[in-house]
Design a protein around this ligand. Structure first.
Ligand code: SAM
Ligand code: SF4
Length: 312
């Protein structure tokens, strides 16, 4: 599938819920969508089969917190039954991830996992996440590694005056663990109006980092490593190094609406079309064709909601 800007669209980020067990300062808030209105596994399968028929080959499950869905192993199993999907991944805060669940997710067909961690200091972590327990999350990372949910990415959002003094600690984490720590610039959603730490600022301080080759075209992260490191560091800079011209993704929100561009308020409701495969595919192709050329974060917040509601 190509959009009208000739970008190949092959990656879907699917939000399974708006609910979350954390309330991160720049993201969390109230879930606007009730649990009873979330898509069922059967509805999700119909949606995924239609996206696959339209050319989607890579899938990321997100939220809210996707591990809050007790039927997640079933959902992953259904996604894995779609032969077109060559990569199925999950973004989670990791707090509920334990070895038996990690193994079940892997056995169901999950390939890899991203865990979000904004501080390696327990008290600060608790404050940023609105009560989260760092030890649970680090245990979740261990469980994912022990279950071969790899390559494993650690998502870090630095905010000026909150945790920007931890860049060093996170780089040491990447040095000593087989993970890629990815610094994601703060984007202007929800409560995140200021405090961005430009990734260029971190990179300028660490001259020993050596750039790695991109794993695939359209990869937004610039990855680096250094001699003797077990892992790597990645830099995703949607604000200071806008990568909209190579954007290859669309999103589906937890209520089943298709959101082609993160920075645009345009959505198409797909839930009413789930029983009609032809109309569903038509709607997907039309919305993708009309995908906005890019975001305008420099003008401030473009969508009146948080990434917890959209699906980050
Ligand atoms: N709850 C899961 C988690 O925390 O990984 C999945 C959903 S969360 C919305 C996905 C990612 O979005 C997290 O890594 C989070 O740090 C990121 N995020 C949320 N709000 C953001 C913002 N305003 N700017 C940049 N990243 C943000
Ligand atoms: Fe919840 Fe993830 Fe947002 Fe934190 S970043 S509030 S864990 S959805």
């Amino acid at each position: 599938m190509r959009d009208s800007h000739n970008r190949p669209i092959e990656y879907l980020r699917l939000s399974l819920t708006q609910r979350c067990n954390f309330s991160c300062a720049y993201c969390g808030g109230k879930a606007a969508l009730a649990e009873k209105d979330e898509l069922t596994p059967g509805e999700l399968l119909a949606l995924l089969q239609a996206f696959a028929a339209c050319g989607i080959t890579r899938l990321r499950l997100t939220g809210g917190e996707p591990l809050l869905r007790a039927d997640l192993p079933e959902i992953i199993g259904l996604a894995a039954s779609v032969p077109e999907f060559t990569d199925i991944s999950l973004t989670t805060n990791g707090a509920l991830l334990r070895l038996p669940l990690a193994r079940r997710l892997k056995a169901a067909g999950l390939h890899r996992i991203n865990v979000s961690v904004d501080s390696l200091r327990p008290e600060r972590f608790k404050k940023i996440t609105g009560g989260g327990n760092l030890a649970d999350v680090l245990g979740g990372i261990d469980a994912a590694l022990a279950s071969s949910l790899m390559p494993l990415h650690i998502n870090v959002v630095l905010t000026r005056g909150v945790n920007d003094d931890e860049a060093d600690d996170f780089l040491r984490f990447a040095e000593n663990n087989p993970v890629t720590v990815r610094f994601i610039e703060l984007m202007p959603f929800g409560g995140a109006r200021e405090g961005i730490v430009p990734n260029g600022e971190i990179l300028a301080r660490y001259r020993e980092l050596q750039p790695m080759r991109k794993a695939y075209s359209g990869q937004p992260s610039l990855d680096y490593t250094a001699p003797g490191w077990r892992g790597a560091a990645g830099f995703i800079s949607p604000v200071t190094e806008k990568f909209c011209s190579v954007c290859n993704r669309v999103r589906v929100l937890a209520d089943g609406s298709l959101k082609p561009c993160l920075g645009s308020g345009e959505t198409t409701a797909l839930k009413p079309l789930l029983h009609d495969r032809e109309k569903l595919e038509e709607a997907i192709r039309a919305a993708v064709r009309n995908k906005a050329s890019g975001h305008h974060f420099e003008r401030g917040c473009t969508a009146g909601c948080t990434l917890q509601q959209i699906g980050g």
